[in-house]
Structures are given as structure tokens and as C-alpha cells.
Write a protein that binds this ligand. Structure first.
Ligand SMILES: Nc1ncnc2c1ncn2[C@@H]1O[C@H](COP(=O)(O)OP(=O)(O)OP(=O)(O)O)[C@@H](O)[C@H]1O
Ligand SMILES: [Mg+2]
Length: 490
């Protein structure tokens, strides 16, 4: 052991002597050439090549550095006991980053790569219009020479893409509205005003038939990942959903769940605040990609009548609101104006956009808006089913599928809920009032379901009587089906 130390000490001594000799004999330029040649010699025989990604490239912030930092911050294999924590603007999530000399090993398409982070004191402040940070931060990427092409061709693009995705996920959603009159921006007036969107609704908390839910999730995923499909087929990268159903069945909650699932912002378009088609165009042009454009209660928002179809206007008119005529089209917002953006040429300004229209009265909507291809999916938000009820019981009372309720109680609930026409909102109200007493909550719910069931039974009987009397009077029976809900679904 002693000999090893002695040898090591003498090697270091020789090295120090050699260095001081170099310093004294050779000028700095020659030393630099020596150094470079030495490095080239080592690099020539090394199986690795190295890439440096500096935080500041000249005076500009290097986007790639930020992307690498964010991408690596999600890696579980970070070895190091000093991590820097960061919180992005508008974000509620914390991310960590690598400290000096921390190393991360990543694997891309079976190619191992090593990232190392260096933080150095900046030697001298270069003269620049903006002060540079004191530290110089650099990521070094080490990769085998034979894998160089894979890494340069796609790995860095992959990191950029992942980082953008993460940024969107970490960042709180924004909800924009046009009803505030807009905000002033250095580039001009922006017709949208935004606030952070913190709606907690997710597809897990949404009470609806699991099969239907899975179908919607699948559709959304297919859309979000379908860039190449839309490009290949020559279709605009957009999708339309029509949500219809009685009040309190979760239409708005579904929109929030969609936004949270995809990480998109929401543009809540208040049509009554838009004066004409050109104003509508300006609004659409100022929406960003990766967003959901929502028009709630489209049947009440405005009297949207069929395009140039004045003869048919009365068919789709909403009672009490005068029809708009062709002569008004120049200064009013029309159905064709709206369709131009959700479906026509203008729908392609921006990409990856979802249109969601909601209504309580699907039968009042102009068929032009419903025809296939316009709204890709018609989603019926129905009264609370048994499977939806189980989700609400889990959300509010923490009941899981098995064991939390007696099988007789479950059976009773299943029987009653089918006959009660109760909305998830009403069920939630009952459960939320009794969250501290599960037993009472279930009892209250059963009581309410029984009352509603009885009421429906009575109204059915009344209808049969009306039908009987009307037939007796030889009057034409029109539509006496009392259990038809407000959407005309039997
Ligand atoms: N399907 C559902 N799943 C979970 N919660 C629901 C559901 N439907 C309604 N709720 C509860 O009821 C409240 C009202 O629901 P929401 O606003 O989504 O209904 P809506 O269909 O948009 O009603 P409206 O037609 O009046 O706009 C929500 O805050 C939520 O707590
Ligand atoms: Mg709503």
C-alpha cells in the first residue's frame, strides 16, 4: 500500500513539474495548441462524443437548455443529494433540476445517453445590452459515436416535444371570456380576458356510464395524438362535441374534465356579446392552438337560423325571439358565420382545437349544426344511472365498489335510480349535505328516489287518463308520453 502511495505521489510530482515547465517555456498560444492536439488525440480514440448545451447562447436564452432541464426533472434516475426546486409561472407544480456535476442516464430507442450538468462561475462579464447571470450553466450530453445520428435526428426533438407537453401539464389552465370587453396589449386590443382555470373536475370524478366515458377518452386521445392522421387525410386538426342533456347532468363538468385531461385552455365564447360575423372572426383569430372553444346553451345564446334558408326559418326558430332575415346578415351574427369557424376554411387558423357546444334542448338546434361531420360526437348527458351513482358515492362518501354498502341496499338503489329521473347534480346535493354521516346520506337518497319515482308514476297515470279523455272526445292525440324527458328521449 505504501508503495502505491509513493508511486502516485511521484507521478503527480512529475506532472506538476511538467506543467510548470510548459508554463515557463511555452507561451499561452502554444500551450493552447498543445491542449487542443492532446484533446483531439484523446477524442480520436474515444468511443464517445460530447455535446454542450449552454443556458445562454450568446445573449439569447437557449430554448433547448430549458427543455432539457424540464425533461430531466421528471427522470426518476437522478443521482445527487442537492436538487434545485423550481416553480414555473402560473404553475401549481414543483419541478426539480440538476445541481452541479449531477448525472442522469437516459435511454432513448435503446441508446444509452449520459447527461451531466455543470455550473461554473462566469469569468468576465461580456458587454451586452442585458446583464448575464453570474453562473454559466451547461448540460453535457455524452453519447457513443455510433449512436450520434439517432440522437441528433430525433432525440433532441423528442426532448423539446416532451418539455412542451410537461410545461402545459404543469401550468394551470386559463379560461378566457369575451364578455369583459377585452384587454389592452402593446400589440393592440385583445378581445379575450383570461383568469387561471382551477376547476377540479376530471374524468375520474365525472359520474357517467363507464363505457361512454372510455369512448370519449379514447376519442380525445386519438385527437390529441392524431396530427399525422389529420395531415395525411387533409382534414383540419379540430374536433367538435355536442353535449346535450337536462340541467345538472354534468355538461360543464365534462368540459372542465376535457380541459384538465388534455391540458388545454378554454375559450368560453359568449355569443350574445358578439355583434356580427366579423367580430366573431376576430375572436376566433385570437384564440390559441391546443384550446377548447365552448359555446354553452347554444339554443339560447342567439337565434342561429339555417343558412340563407329563410323559408325554413320558422322550423328552427326559438319561440319568442324574432327570426333574423338575410337582409340582417351584414350586421348580425349568423349560423353560417359560426359554421365558417367551426367547420369552414377559417377553422384551420390555428390547430388542435376542440369545439364544444352545449344545450339543454337538442331538438331546438338547427339541423345544419348537427349534420354528420360537423359535430363529430353527440354526447347525451343523461339522468343519473346506477353506474354513475356508484361514482358519486365513491366521490362523496368514499364508498368503494365492494363492501361499503350492504348488497340489499345496493339492489334497492339500483332499482330506484332507474325510475327516479334524478340528475347527478341533485344526487350530489343530497350526498354533500350528509358527508359526515354515510348512513343518513344513503337513507336520504333512498327517500328522495322513492318520492321522485312515485311522482313519475302518478304523472304517467294522469297522462293515460288524458289520452283516454282525448280519445273519447275524438280529438287527435298528439304527444302524451309523460316519461319523455326534456330532450325528447324516451
Ligand atoms: N355527471 C356528473 N358527475 C359529477 N358531478 C356532476 C355531474 N353532473 C353534475 N354534477 C355536479 O353538479 C354540478 C352542476 O353540474 P354542471 O354544471 O356540470 O351541469 P350542467 O349539465 O352543465 O348544467 P346546466 O345545463 O345547468 O349548465 C357540478 O358542479 C357537479 O358537482
Ligand atoms: Mg353548464
Amino acid at each position: 500500500m505504501k508503495e502505491i502511495w509513493t508511486t502516485l505521489a511521484s507521478i503527480m510530482g512529475v506532472w506538476a513539474f511538467f506543467q510548470s515547465l510548459m508554463h515557463n517555456i511555452f507561451p499561452a498560444e502554444i500551450r493552447l495548441i498543445f491542449q487542443k492536439t492532446f484533446n483531439q488525440f484523446i477524442n480520436y480514440f474515444s468511443v464517445y462524443c460530447y455535446y454542450e448545451i449552454t443556458e445562454i447562447d450568446g445573449v439569447n436564452t437557449n430554448e433547448l437548455y430549458d427543455a432539457v432541464q424540464l425533461y430531466l426533472s421528471t427522470s426518476a434516475s437522478i443521482a445527487g443529494n442537492r436538487l434545485s426546486l423550481t416553480r414555473l409561472l402560473n404553475s401549481s407544480a414543483l419541478t426539480f433540476s440538476l445541481s452541479n456535476h449531477d448525472r442522469v442516464v437516459d435511454n432513448y430507442k435503446n441508446v444509452p445517453v449520459v447527461w451531466e450538468h455543470f455550473v461554473m462561475q462566469r469569468q468576465s462579464q461580456t458587454i451586452s445590452w442585458r446583464p448575464l447571470p453570474e453562473d454559466k450553466r451547461v448540460f453535457t450530453l455524452r453519447v457513443k459515436k455510433k449512436d450520434k445520428s439517432i440522437i441528433l435526428d430525433s432525440y433532441l426533438d423528442f426532448i423539446m416535444e416532451k418539455a412542451n407537453e410537461l410545461k402545459r401539464k404543469n401550468q394551470d389552465r386559463l379560461i378566457y371570456t369575451n364578455s369583459g370587453g377585452g384587454v389592452m396589449d402593446p400589440r393592440g386590443m385583445i378581445p379575450w380576458e383570461s383568469v387561471p382555470f382551477k376547476h377540479p373536475s376530471t374524468f375520474d370524478t365525472l359520474a357517467m356510464d363507464p363505457g361512454k366515458k372510455a369512448e370519449i377518452l379514447d376519442d380525445l386521445l386519438g385527437f390529441a395524438k392524431g396530427e399525422s392522421f389529420y395531415q395525411r387525410t387533409g382534414r383540419a386538426w379540430k374536433r367538435g362535441y355536442l353535449l346535450y342533456g337536462p340541467p345538472g347532468t354534468g355538461k360543464s363538468s365534462m368540459i372542465a374534465a376535457m380541459a384538465n385531461f388534455l391540458g388545454y385552455d378554454i375559450y368560453d365564447l359568449e355569443l350574445t356579446g358578439v355583434n356580427n360575423n366579423s367580430e366573431l372572426r376576430k375572436l376566433f383569430m385570437k384564440t390559441s392552438s391546443k384550446s377548447i372553444i365552448v359555446i354553452e346553451d347554444i339554443d339560447c345564446s342567439i337565434n342561429l337560423t339555417n343558412r340563407n334558408d329563410k323559408k325554413n326559418d320558422h322550423v328552427n326558430a326559438i319561440p319568442g325571439i324574432p327570426n333574423e332575415g338575410i337582409e340582417d346578415m351584414g350586421n348580425k351574427i349568423t349560423l353560417s358565420g359560426l359554421l365558417n369557424f367551426s367547420d369552414g376554411l377559417w377553422s384551420c387558423c390555428g390547430s388542435e382545437r376542440i369545439f364544444v357546444f352545449t344545450t339543454n334542448h337538442v331538438e331546438k338546434i338547427d339541423p345544419a349544426l348537427l349534420r354528420s361531420g360537423r359535430m363529430d360526437m353527440h354526447i347525451h348527458m343523461s339522468y343519473c344511472s346506477f353506474s354513475a351513482l356508484k361514482i358519486l358515492l365513491k366521490n362523496y362518501l368514499g364508498f368503494d365498489d365492494e363492501g361499503s354498502l350492504k348488497s340489499e341496499t345496493l339492489k334497492e338503489l339500483e332499482e330506484l335510480i332507474g325510475k327516479a329521473n334524478i340528475t347527478p347534480a341533485d344526487v350530489s346535493e343530497i350526498l354533500i349535505k350528509n358527508t359526515r354521516d354515510d348512513e343518513k346520506a344513503v337513507k336520504e337518497l333512498i327517500r328522495e328516489l322513492k318520492i321522485r319515482g312515485e311522482m313519475i308514476k302518478c304523472s304517467k297515470k294522469d297522462d293515460v287518463n288524458v289520452e283516454y279523455v282525448e280519445k273519447d272526445n275524438e280529438e287527435k292525440y298528439v304527444d302524451g308520453d309523460a316519461h319523455e324527458d326534456d330532450l325528447g328521449n324516451k
